[in-house]
Design a protein around this ligand. Sequence first.
Ligand SMILES: *[C@@H]1O[C@H](CO)[C@@H](O)[C@H](O)[C@H]1NC(C)=O
Ligand SMILES: *[C@@H]1O[C@H](CO)[C@@H](O)[C@H](O)[C@H]1NC(C)=O
Length: 387
Amino acid sequence: MPNLLFLCITITICLSTFDTNFLVQSLTSPSDIEALKAFKASIKPSSITPWSCVASWNFTIDPCSHPRRTYFLCGFTCTTDSTHINQITLDPASYSGSLTPLISKLTQLITLDLSDNNFFGSIPSSISSLSNLKTLTLRSNSFSGPIPPSIISLKSLESLDLSHNSLTGSLPNSLNSLINLHRIDLSFNKLAGSIPKLPPNLLELAIKANSLSGPLQKTTFEGSNQLEVVELSENALTGTIETWFLLLSSLQQVNLANNSFTGIQISKPARGVESNLVALNLGFNRIQGYAPANLAAYPLLSFLSIRHNSLRGNIPLEYGQIKSMKRLFLDGNFFDGKPPPALLAAGATVSGSLGDNCLQVCPVSSQMCAPAQKPSSVCKRGYRGRT
Ligand SMILES: *[C@@H]1O[C@H](CO)[C@@H](O)[C@H](O)[C@H]1NC(C)=O
Ligand SMILES: *[C@@H]1O[C@H](CO)[C@@H](O)[C@H](O)[C@H]1NC(C)=O
């Protein structure tokens, strides 16, 4: 009997040892391991600090093995069957290096997030092989060169954030073929040219602080019926903002400040069409002519800035009657005459400024009237004096 028991224990141990070895060998696919090794190898060793995620990537064990007690502690996740890497979400640890083209071998990748590090060089065009990728976030690094045109092959992409880098060139054509894309943030780069036709299901477009030029084109926005946020401030956009633009049915927040627009046309939303516009910033442009009274027909508008343009004439009485209005900035223009009394009334709920205009009446007792009106000599020279 004692001998038999001994035999059983031995067999159990043998079996479980065999079992573990077998599992280890069948874990992460070799090409995923190769890609992850290459990913680490293209980060400068000197930038991998001891307690960072990547420092724990020691390939003497399998990356997807469990539990992870010593190595591969963080920075990525594996599929539930432990065969593939499905997310790389790096810690912000000042990693410096390039993004290896072999990233394309991680075919099951759903998220690639390298934000807040010091990756540099170009975004490899092989990235287009990541057909399952939903989230690409390279925010706040030092990537340069163009956005690879092949990016339009990322058919699963839902969110693209390449903001705060040094990307140059123009936006890829055929961006509209990315039908799952909801959010684009390319702000704070050096992108130039015009905006191509947008993806049909886009909710948020942010390309603040680049070098975009030319007018807003109807073809860009055609079919973008879900677009809620347009943030294009601090570019070099020109021309007239035409009536179709604010009539885009889902628009909620629009920031076109600090461009070189010269005109604006605004019509009332069509009867029966709800406008969701809440905030409109057109400040610091070169818009001439009269203030568009039709803005008062946007029932949810609560923030309006047309400050620092070259507008003249009376401030439309309607501006005093926008019930939803909370903050109104009309300062730095050439408005004259008397402002709408409702804006200056005691107990008015609107804050903002009517200052730095040519208004005849604007009592300093009203917080809306700071800063002071322009000197009459400037007003006499008129808005034409301003270029
Ligand atoms: C990886 O792990 C092995 C085995 O524990 C160890 O000998 C080696 O020094 C480790 N390598 C690194 C780069 O930490
Ligand atoms: C526009 O430029 C002005 C003056 O430089 C600045 O104060 C303001 O914050 C800018 N606004 C936006 C939305 O970029």
